[in-house]
Design a protein around this ligand. Structure first.
Ligand code: GRF
Length: 203
């Protein structure tokens, strides 16, 4: 399959997916990496792997609709089978989400439906939760709300700060995101009627 990855920052999840493609664990390749930020380190990771990169800055557009229309066109120009959001820090318009429904994934650093939005690690610590984690889900109109495919759980330690906790969650993200992309690439994973389905089983 052809994959397009959207990023805004470090791209460590992108790297995990690049590595899984190179190790042929994923049945496909990354056709392009698109960032809304020119200085995203993930762009360097992509170039180092010989992957085409594009920067589409939201600052050059008057509003979200115009940006997302241009973004949809840019994504489409690579004819992807799958669009992977990997730390893409923008809210998507319903039109864009609709266009890629069933073929767009996101990873969120919490055990959804807990802690949608930002600062998830600090919020989990403040709530004195025993565990925290990350979720890979299909993208739907509801922000961080689409059907969950896999979650990784991390125990919160007494002396954890948001940074130490984030680091352990990140390690787990790098395990579960390539795994989900692998399933999708093997045509084992679909979204049907707002449910994630793996090997014909509703998750
Ligand atoms: C991750 O924590 C991910 O869960 C969130 O954004 C972060 C991206 O990190 N959506 P990286 O750019 O992949 O290192």
């Amino acid at each position: 399959i052809r994959i397009v990855v959207l990023i805004s920052g470090s791209g460590s999840n992108l790297q995990a997916i690049i590595d899984a493609c190179q190790a042929q664990q994923i049945n496909g390749h990354i056709a392009a990496v698109i960032s809304n930020k020119a200085d995203a380190y993930g762009l360097t990771r992509a170039s180092n792997a010989g992957i085409e990169t594009k920067v589409l800055s939201h600052k050059e557009f008057a509003n979200r609709d115009d940006y997302d229309t241009a973004l949809a066109q840019l994504i489409d120009s690579f004819s992807p089978d799958l669009v992977v959001l990997a730390g893409f820090m923008r809210i998507l318009t319903p039109d864009l989400v609709q266009k890629f429904k069933g073929k767009m994934l996101n990873i969120h650093p919490s055990l959804l439906p807990k802690y949608q939005g930002l600062n998830t690690h600090q919020r989990a610590i403040d709530a004195k939760d025993a565990e925290h984690g990350a979720s890979v889900h299909f993208v739907t109109e509801e922000l961080d709300g689409g059907p969950v495919i896999v979650q990784a759980r991390v125990t919160i330690l007494a002396d954890d700060t948001a940074d130490t906790l984030a680091q352990r969650v990140h390690e787990q993200e790098h395990v579960i995101y390539p795994l989900v992309v692998k399933w999708f690439s093997e045509h084992r994973l679909t979204m049907e009627a707002e449910h994630a389905v793996l090997d014909n089983q509703v998750l």
